[in-house]
Design a protein around this ligand. Structure first.
Ligand code: NAD
Length: 351
C-alpha cells in the first residue's frame, strides 16, 4: 500500500490514500462526481485524506487514444491504493476493445467481485430482510472473452475454469461467511457443465475442509435465479463463477429495490477497485436523473477496504437516513429528485 501517514501533533495522525478516479462514460461522470461530494464531506470528520488522481478510461477515449484504457491511466493506477471506477460503455462489435472493468480485473488480479444485496428500510423490495452477498469469480469463465467463428454461422466461446482461480475465490467467500452467518451457497450448473463446473465444485469442497463451522449447500444456477425471487432471505454468501455471478447479482439488486442501489468491490491480494453494479445507462447521460447511491456505496466500500470503517458506517447510515426520510427519491425509486439532490441530501446527513 502506498499510504502516507502525516503526524499533525497532539497524537493526530492523518493518513493519506491515493485514489485513482475513473469517471467513465454515460452517467459515469454524474454518479462519480456525486460520490466525490460525499467522500469530501466524510473526510471533514475523519482522520484521513483522499488524494484523488483522475484518469481517462472508457469508450470516450477510443477516438483519441485508440484504446479504452490508455497506458498512462494504467501507470497512474499502479501508484494508487484503490480505484473508484464509474461505469463505462463497452462497444459490442467484434474486434472492439475489451471492457475496461474486465481488463482491470485481470491486470490487477482482482479475483473476487463482491456484491452485497441488502433490502433498505422503506424501499420497496420483493421480500423484506434480504441481506446477502454474491461473490463472483472475476478473472475467467465466459468472461475470458475467447471466442471464435469456426464456420459460417457456427461459433464457440471458451468457458475457462481453473482450480487455482476457483480455490482463490472460494477461500475469499468462506472467510466472508465466517464473518457473517457462517452459511455459504455455491452456485453452478454441474449437471450440464460437468468438467468446468466439476472443477469449480471440487475447489469449493476442498476449501470447505478448512472451514468446518460453515454450513454449505449448493444450487444449480437456474434454481438459484428462481430461489432468489422466492426466498432470498434464506441466503447469505453465494459464491459462483463469473457470468453466473454477474447475472445473479443484477437480479439480487433488483429484488432488493433497484440497480441504482447496488455497489460492488473487485478485490485482489494487493489492490481493490470499487464501482456500481450498473452500467453507463447511455440514454440518461447528462440528465442529472439517475440514482448515485450505488456509486456512493461503492465509495463507502472502498473506505472500508482501506480500513476506514467509521467513515464507511457514516456514509451507509446517511444513505439509509435519506431513504427512510423518503423526501428525496430518484426516478428509479419512484420520485423526481435529481442525482445531485440525492448527493446533497446524503452530504447533509453526514454533517
Ligand atoms: P445499465 O446498467 O447501464 O442500464 C440498464 C438500466 O438500468 C438503465 O436503462 C436504467 O433503467 C437502469 N439503471 C442503471 N443504472 C441506474 C442508476 N444509477 N439509477 C437508476 N437507474 C439505473 O445496463 P446496459 O444498458 O445493459 O449497459 C449499458 C452500457 O454499460 C453497456 O455498454 C455495457 O457494456 C456497460 N456496462 C458497464 C459496466 C461496468 O462498467 N462495470 C457494467 C454493466 C454494463
Amino acid at each position: 500500500m502506498k499510504t502516507l501517514t502525516i503526524n499533525l501533533g497532539r497524537n493526530r495522525m492523518v493518513k493519506t490514500y491515493n485514489i485513482a478516479v475513473l469517471k467513465g462514460d454515460g452517467i459515469g461522470p454524474e454518479v462519480t462526481e456525486a460520490t466525490i461530494k460525499v467522500l469530501d464531506e466524510v473526510q471533514k470528520t475523519s482522520n484521513f485524506k483522499l488524494n484523488y488522481i483522475y484518469g481517462e478510461a472508457g469508450a470516450h477515449c477510443i477516438p483519441e487514444h485508440g484504446t479504452n484504457l490508455p497506458k498512462e491511466t494504467v501507470e497512474m493506477i499502479k501508484k494508487t491504493d484503490a480505484c473508484l471506477k464509474g461505469p463505462m460503455t463497452t462497444p459490442e462489435e467484434p474486434g472492439a476493445p475489451v471492457s475496461v472493468a474486465v481488463t482491470l480485473r485481470r491486470m490487477f488480479n482482482l479475483y473476487a467481485n463482491v456484491r452485497p444485496c441488502k433490502s433498505f428500510p422503506s424501499i420497496e423490495s420483493l421480500k423484506p430482510d434480504i441481506d446477502l452477498v454474491v461473490v463472483r469469480e472475476n478473472t475467467e469463465g465466459l468472461y475470458s472473452g475467447q471466442e471464435a467463428l469456426i464456420a459460417p454461422g457456427v461459433s464457440v466461446a471458451f468457458r475457462i475454469i481453473t482450480t487455482e482461480a476457483s480455490i482463490r475465490v472460494a477461500e475469499y467467500a468462506f472467510k466472508l461467511a465466517m464473518q457473517r452467518k457462517k452459511h455459504l451457497t455455491y452456485i453452478h450448473k454441474g449437471n450440464i457443465l460437468r468438467i468446468t463446473d466439476g472443477i469449480f465444485k471440487d475447489a469449493v469442497k476442498e476449501v470447505q475442509k478448512r472451514y468446518p463451522e460453515v454450513t454449505v449447500d449448493d444450487l444449480h444456477i437456474d434454481a438459484a435465479t428462481m430461489q432468489l425471487i422466492k426466498q432470498p432471505a434464506t441466503y447469505d454468501v453465494m459464491v459462483t463463477t463469473n457470468l453466473f455471478g454477474d447475472i445473479l447479482s443484477d437480479e439480487a439488486a433488483q429484488v432488493t429495490g433497484s440497480l441504482g442501489l447496488a455497489a460492488g468491490a473487485n478485490i485482489g491480494e494487493t489492490y481493490g477497485m470499487f464501482e456500481p453494479v450498473h452500467g453507463s445507462a447511455p440514454k440518461y447521460t447528462g440528465m442529472n436523473r439517475v440514482n448515485p447511491i450505488a456509486t456512493i456505496l461503492a465509495g463507502a466500500m472502498m473506505l472500508d477496504y482501506l480500513g476506514e470503517k467509521e467513515a464507511f458506517k457514516k456514509i451507509e447510515a446517511a444513505v439509509v437516513a435519506v431513504l427512510v426520510e423518503g423526501k428525496i427519491r430518484t426516478a428509479d425509486l419512484g420520485g423526481s429528485a435529481t442525482t445531485s439532490d440525492m448527493a446533497d441530501a446524503i452530504v447533509e446527513k453526514i454533517k
